[in-house]
Design a protein around this ligand. Structure first.
Ligand code: IPM
Ligand code: MG
Length: 406
């Protein structure tokens, strides 16, 4: 098997040369160097200052992001950090104001920030616009132009919410805790596409392409994460059919040699979809391509039963990342103080952990969420008999109250 390139990339953790990205010039510029964290003196105290780009987006986006920022400000007070926010447009609201889903200014400011916080984009209002003007285009643009190649989607069942899981108790056991690592800037989402004449009339095509460098960098992320968890990686592909999957499997296997303490399995995607329902506890870290990851991460989130609880991180080079809840913009409940802000708050915890390397602060946020759940507070989406129903703002306030230094 010939993929000589791989040695070139070995040990250059999470870094990949432009030649492996196989991009057209100007199509997806590599991210600029991220502004380093500055340690400044403010009011006589030494504190860390972080610049964050904030994209509230559409629907419930602004309400849930507000709660997330409240929590982050409290973390700053407790631990002595200063978070500076630049609020930016993307999605439907950007179309309304500027005529395009992802204004250049948004990208430019994101590139100068340490990380990006995103609420949600999209809504019925913009559903009939042509493809290049749809709010979803903003998501793909952000991923591509910011080089966010690694999408981390944890699927976790909270002890307090175990009844919401649609699977039988004997299948769930004590809990489910899976980390889906989805490749996010390659494969069929970004491959060559078009229309042409075929034997049976006009035909359309989309292309799945993966390079050694692209697979290696996502595989390394998965192994590094598994190293801090149960030390098991399952790589999911369709190597019985697809050439791109065969390369994927070879490269993942090769990378695994650098991680002897981690066990590696390969599953075909159809089998994996079945296994997630049959025996989800067999999974620790799943690593897979852009499209398979899109589908399997929805399946994994559904088996937890609480989509309003699940955060995500999209990481690029040098710890740069975009953090967002996995749920959508829920226009039907927007502006009614009904949305669950917990997925956004937990996304903030991921930001603290993966971009800023503030592990204690991240744990403090997660603990605060657990305490609020233990005390029985619930938003409508996770409400059950005997619990206390609260709105978006109240839930944010409760989490802020429970925050304490670890
Ligand atoms: C996701 C979404 C997006 C995707 C859409 C909205 C472009 O489904 O983040 O999973 O397909 O990646
Ligand atoms: Mg999806």
């Amino acid at each position: 098997m010939n993929y000589n390139d791989i040695t070139r990339y070995r040990n250059q953790r999470f870094r990949t040369g432009p030649e492996s990205l196989k991009l057209e010039a100007g199509d997806m510029p590599p991210p600029e160097t991220v502004t380093p964290t500055r340690h400044l003196r403010g009011g006589g105290n030494l504190y860390s200052r972080y610049k964050l780009a904030v994209i509230p987006g559409d629907g419930i986006g602004p309400e849930i992001v507000n709660q997330g920022l409240k929590v982050l400000d409290r973390v700053g007070q407790i631990y002595g950090h200063k978070f500076e926010y630049s609020t930016l447009l993307a999605g439907g609201c950007a179309i309304d104001v500027t005529g395009e889903p992802l204004p250049n200014e948004t990208i430019e400011v994101c590139k100068k920030s340490d990380a990006v916080i995103l609420g949600a984009v999209g809504g019925h209002k913009w559903d009939t616009l042509p493809g290049h003007l749809r709010p979803e285009k903003a998501l793909l643009g952000l991923r591509g132009q910011l080089g966010l190649f690694a999408n981390l989607r944890p699927a976790v069942i909270y002890k307090e919410l175990i009844d919401a899981c649609p699977l039988k108790p004997e299948i769930i056991g004590d809990s489910i805790d899976i980390m889906v690592v989805r490749e996010l800037t390659g494969g069929i989402y970004f491959g060559e596409r078009g229309r042409r004449m075929g034997k049976m009339g006009q035909e359309a095509f989309d292309t799945e392409t993966y390079s050694v460098g692209e697979v290696e960098r996502i595989a390394r992320i998965a192994f590094e994460i598994a190293n801090k968890r149960k030390k098991k990686v399952t790589s999911i592909d369709k190597a019985n059919i697809l050439e791109s999957s065969r390369l994927w499997r070879e490269v993942v296997t090769d990378v695994s040699k650098d991680y002897p303490a981690i066990s590696l399995d390969h599953l075909y995607v159809d089998n994996a979809a079945m296994q997630l329902i049959r025996d989800p506890r067999q999974f620790d870290v799943i690593v897979t391509s852009n499209m398979f990851g899109d589908i399997l991460s929805d399946e994994a989130s559904m088996i937890t039963g609480s989509i309003g609880m699940l955060p995500s991180a999209s990481l690029g080079e040098d710890n740069f990342g975009l953090y967002e809840p996995i749920h959508g913009s829920a226009p039907d409940i927007a502006g009614q103080d009904k949305a669950n802000p917990i997925a956004t708050v937990l996304s903030i915890a991921m930001l603290l952990r993966y971009t800023l390397h503030l592990e204690n602060e991240a744990n403090a946020v997660e603990n605060a969420v657990n305490k609020v759940l233990e005390e029985g507070y619930r938003t409508g989406d996770i409400m059950s008999p005997g619990k206390t129903l609260v709105g978006t703002t109240k839930m944010g306030e409760l989490i802020v109250e429970k925050l304490s230094k670890i």
